[in-house]
Design a binder for this molecule. Structure first.
Ligand code: HEC
Length: 522
């Protein structure tokens, strides 16, 4: 038998061996000027700039070199740039995430003593942005000067009457921070009740302290700002209805340890009195309305998973989402289920109250009439949760305070109109993250197997929050939330209604992972 391929295989091996022996000397040298500066200026200097919210600047070679090792570490574990959504679950418009190659380049550069390279090839240094970018706003409102002096995170609401004498449709919104060093994030609400104004009056300083929302049940979220974010433009023909005589409430997060910094943040709105298709921003995942195993109550020293379910009476177009929990919350996820099809919406595997944001779909998602929006929130009310606001832990229930909890996912949503699926927001190619590590498999045990009785018991390393039982043909015969049996202190699936046969039990865990195992019923 002849082997024509022998020769090429040998030379390929030779190349690999040469690469192993000579290492980077054969590879291209990664320099700040050519490779690293463009990455940092695209992904970091919105915050890491003089006068920005990050604790140090990354503008210029010297600063980057000084931080080379910590930059490599923070990018490798994906803590920087902050982007809490799991990119393996869903990708969004205008993402701020690094590709596997970019992370690898930073690491090589740092390991190689952070060379500068040919400075003439470096991009121009970014300048701090100050002004607004939305042109010709209908309304520009500025909060009064507020001097921030705080040793812990401060959440303060500022009430700005809209002056609208007629109902309007909001078509674009931009938040322009007054002091970029201290404005960590802003939630923008609209309210026609008098509650925010009353709270403002009761607080001697400008605005009033309020952690979760505005403290008014009628407040409607209309925008979310994080540093570096562009104004949000509603798609053509759509707008969010704002009733006349309402107020805009800016809830600003000022980070801990700020001294004598003055802020006066502005909000710019584009509105029209013309009637548009109404886009609503509503929490379809909502602990107050759709929990299957509520109420939202987490006893001290316990972890708990809540599942919410919301069935759709109409076909909907979803443009963006924004998850919201407080400090005991650890992970949150939402997905749409239509028969056997699941549309992933958002997954935040490591919830961090400090990095809330809106995730805008690259292309709108269409949810069919009769389908279901599922939400899953996992809470850790033990002393092991470093963000637990109580030490020792105490029972936590739903509310707006720092020590209360919430489970919300806001949806920017409108009734579906054919053509919505083509309203593409972001045409840029996706960055490659393919070789990023994937979570390990969970330890699970299901018994008895083969099964006989009326229950199938589950034991798993991570709480199983939902299951589906598929038959040999791949059809779902049963699905739901596993039941907790207090007497036997175990988690189980009732199986009396399942006929004898071969099945796959698909389990969904609190951290978002799914895993399946085969099971036989005799
Ligand atoms: C949206 C704002 C923002 C962006 C974008 C951002 N950072 Fe940060 N960074 C911060 C803040 C704020 C801190 C301070 C710690 C904190 O609050 O988490 C920080 C801290 C750091 C630290 C200190 C160690 C750590 O992990 O906390 C490093 C290193 C760092 N950033 C590197 C980067 C790099 C590299 C990029 C871009 C690839 C980047 N950051 C993008 C805001 C940002």
């Amino acid at each position: 038998m002849n082997r024509p391929s022998k020769q090429p295989i040998c030379s390929a091996w030779l190349l690999i061996i040469m690469n192993l022996v000579f290492g980077t000397s054969l590879a291209q040298t990664i320099t700040w000027s050519e490779h690293i500066a463009p990455i940092l200026y695209d992904n970091c200097t919105q915050c890491h700039i003089d006068g920005g919210i990050a604790p140090f600047s990354l503008v210029g070679y010297d600063k980057a070199k000084n931080h080379a090792n910590s930059i490599a570490a923070a990018t490798q574990n994906r803590s920087m740039p902050p982007w809490p959504a799991d990119p393996k679950y869903r990708r969004y418009a205008h993402e701020r995430i690094l590709s596997t190659e970019e992370i690898e380049q930073i690491s090589q550069w740092a390991n190689n003593n952070a060379p500068q390279g040919d400075i003439s090839k470096a991009p121009a240094d970014p300048k701090p942005t100050s002004g607004a970018s939305l042109s010709q706003p209908t309304l520009s409102l500025k909060m009064p000067n507020y001097t921030v002096n705080t040793s812990s995170d401060e959440y303060r609401c500022f009430v700005l009457p809209s002056g609208f004498t007629a109902d309007q449709y909001l078509t674009a919104i931009e938040v322009v921070p007054g002091n970029r060093k201290v404005v960590h994030h802003v939630l923008v609400f609209y309210d026609t009740s008098g509650i925010p104004a009353q709270k403002d009056q009761a607080d001697p300083k400008p605005g009033y302290l309020s952690f979760g929302g505005t403290g008014s049940p009628t407040s409607q979220l209309i925008g979310v700002y994080v540093p570096g974010q562009e104004p949000y433009q509603f798609p053509d023909g759509l707008g969010a209805k704002l009733l006349k005589n309402g107020s805009i409430i800016l809830q600003i997060h000022y980070p801990s340890y700020v001294q004598n910094e003055v802020d006066s943040t502005r909000v710019l709105l584009k509105t029209t009195t013309e009637t548009l298709r109404n886009m609503i921003i509503a929490p379809a995942v909502n602990h107050a309305q759709s929990l299957q195993n509520g109420p939202l109550y987490i006893p001290a020293d316990q972890t708990k998973t809540f599942v919410s379910k919301f069935s759709l009476n109409n076909t909907l177009t979803v443009f963006a989402v924004a998850p919201h929990m407080h400090l005991v919350g650890k992970s949150i996820k939402a997905f749409n289920v239509n028969g056997k099809d699941t549309i992933p919406i958002v997954n935040i595997p490591n919830w961090d109250f400090h990095w809330q944001r809106t995730y805008i779909m690259r292309q709108p998602l269409i949810f069919a009439k009769g389908s279901t929006i599922w939400g899953e929130g996992y809470y850790d009310n033990t002393a092991q949760n470093p963000n637990n606001p109580n030490s020792p832990p105490v029972a936590v229930s739903a509310g707006e305070g720092t020590k209360d909890e919430m489970m919300l996912v806001y949806f920017w949503v409108a009734g579906f109109v054919p053509g919505d699926e083509f309203k593409i927001v972001d045409f840029t190619p996706l960055k490659n993250i393919s070789t990023t590590k994937i979570a390990k498999q969970h330890w699970i045990k299901i018994y008895p197997n083969p099964g006989r009785g009326n229950q199938l018991w589950l034991e798993s390393q991570n709480p199983c929050i939902a299951y589906s039982v598929f038959d040999a043909a791949g059809k779902i015969v049963k699905s739901g939330v596993p039941l907790y049996d207090n007497q036997l202190s175990g988690t189980m699936i009732p199986t009396a209604d399942i006929p004898a046969g071969y099945y796959q039990i698909m389990m969904q865990f609190a951290d978002g992972q799914r895993q399946s195992q085969s099971w036989i019923k005799n």
